[in-house]
Design a protein around this ligand. Structure first.
Ligand code: FCB
Length: 481
């Protein structure tokens, strides 16, 4: 009997990791980071215009005045998306463009820009995904208290209705807020983001009012949009790991999970603010007066999809007596973005880091998806941001061979694939970002794009990662690792 032949070829099916049919492949951007045209067609300043003009707040004094000039070049940019084969494009609407000053009627010119953009996308067969708020609060509303004022949540509900009324016939997937943790805790706690306030009580007040704003916007969207439209929110959920299994480290992880994650998922998805968060922060705010009757019910407005933005995990340990807490997660500041848990230590997770200094850890994405699925069964998930900054030095012929970014995307997509195989209901993936852009306090120093932007000429050049991503989209799969 002949010996059984030794198989040397792996069957084709396991050469690649196939995503479920209908898995949505996209890329994401945000208004202030790409649009420019800061003072055109009736747009009023946002807190980021003010912040970026405040000396010392943004690297090199960079501003979003011009950014990628997307406001004038959106047709070119939709062409780039088409070349990539993108199926969906997540962008944000600029509140001060649509509703100058944050109150009153809509600005027709502001709405027109988004109508044209959306029409261009639909003509190219790309599904528009609109985010109502990616951090550009109208400056006029900051002057009446910003997110520390309850009134701002009411204004946001009105703005949501204006946007839905104008675009609801052509945008079928909406997200209310992008990363309210950053808005509240970096904007009002550590102060590394606009408006740059540094008061723990303000940060917690802002968190509640952002939650309420989400609830008001979700209700306004539901009332205005056609039945088939879907409503989501994008959270930068922290994948929190205790440094050791010591009970004190476990408690540090619990605290950061509370003020990093459950401060939002609690009222949005689990019926109210978690008792441990309220206890951890009771000395900072009076939650009984901050949260009014009916607020939690409003925040719990049903959503159809939870967007998760993931870049790196957080490793924490118990406060060390006399030791200064270190926060590697989001820039350095003398003020903590963790009210009530200021003394928790943050450790840089082991492994290679990106140009942001963020450890590359795809396992964190898998674990976050699994934990979120278990905590919120039945709620579809999508990765609404994931990506990496690298120095991206163009070669002499202007090309960018960003194999580090390809590796990052590849390994994170494989982690998403593994989470789906393990039972997580993940419907799509949006690469951050389509274009190099204004990276907040880092200005133009950090490049996250699949497409390189030469800011002097506004020339766009797809990087090697753009071609790699186009291949993944076309095949609905990535190579096995
Ligand atoms: C996220 C933001 C996005 C971008 C990436 C790198 O926190 O939502 O605008 O800055 O980080």
């Amino acid at each position: 009997m002949p010996a059984t032949p030794v198989t040397t070829r792996v069957p084709a099916a396991v050469d690649r990791l196939h995503f479920p049919p209908g898995f949505l492949w996209g890329a994401a951007t945000a208004a202030y980071q790409i649009e420019g045209a800061a003072a055109e067609d009736g747009r009023t300043p946002s807190i980021w215009d003010t912040f970026s003009r405040t000396p010392g707040k943004v690297a090199n004094g960079d501003t979003g005045d011009i950014a990628c000039d997307h406001y004038h070049r959106y047709r070119t940019d939709v062409g780039l998306m088409s070349d990539l084969g993108l199926q969906a494009y997540r962008f944000s609407l600029s509140w001060p463009r649509i509703q100058p000053g944050g109150r009153g009627p809509a600005n027709p010119a502001g709405l027109d820009f988004y109508r044209w953009l959306v029409d261009e996308l639909l003509d190219a067969g790309i599904q528009p995904v609109a985010t109502l708020y990616h951090w550009d609060l109208p400056q006029a509303l900051e002057e009446t208290g910003g997110w520390t004022a309850r009134e701002t949540a009411e204004r946001f509900g009105e703005y949501a209705a204006l946007a839905a009324d104008a675009l609801g016939d052509r945008v079928a997937l909406w997200t209310t807020l992008n990363e309210p943790w950053c808005s509240a805790f970096l904007g009002y706690g550590s102060g590394v983001h606009a408006p740059g306030r540094t008061d723990p009580a303000h940060a917690l007040r802002a968190a509640h009012h952002l939650n309420l704003a989400h609830g008001r916007a979700a209700a306004a969207l539901r009332a205005t949009l056609p039945d088939h439209a879907r409503i989501a929110v994008s959270l930068n959920l922290h994948q929190v790991r205790p440094l050791t299994t010591d009970p004190a480290d476990l408690d540090a992880a619990r605290r950061i999970d509370a003020v990093g994650n459950r401060v939002f998922t609690g009222p949005m998805l689990s019926g109210g603010y978690p008792a441990d968060l309220l206890a951890d922060t009771a000395h900072i705010v009076d939650w009984n007066t901050l949260v009014r009757p009916g607020d939690e019910a409003a925040i719990a407005a049903p959503i159809d999809l939870l967007g998760i933005n993931y870049y790196t995990p957080a490793v924490v340990s118990a406060p060390s007596p006399g030791g200064a807490a270190v926060n590697h997660a989001h820039g350095e500041s003398d003020h903590s973005p963790w009210p009530g848990s200021e003394d928790v230590n943050f450790h840089l997770p082991p492994g290679d880091t990106t140009d942001m200094g963020w450890t590359i850890d795809p396992t964190g994405l898998h674990d976050l998806l699994m934990a979120t699925s278990r905590a919120h069964p039945g709620l579809p998930l999508a990765i609404t941001e994931n990506g990496a900054a690298f120095p991206d030095i163009p070669t002499a012929d202007g090309q960018v061979q960003d194999h580090d970014r390809i590796d990052y995307l590849h390994r994170h997509l494989a982690a998403v694939h593994r989470a789906i195989a393990d039972g997580a209901d993940v419907r799509g993936y949006f690469l951050w970002s389509l274009l190099d852009n204004f990276e907040w306090a880092y200005g133009y120093e950090k490049r996250f794009g699949a497409v390189h932007v030469d800011y002097a000429t506004q020339l766009r050049t797809p990087k090697a990662s753009a071609r790699w991503y186009a291949g993944a989209i076309g095949a609905n799969s990535v190579p096995s690792l």
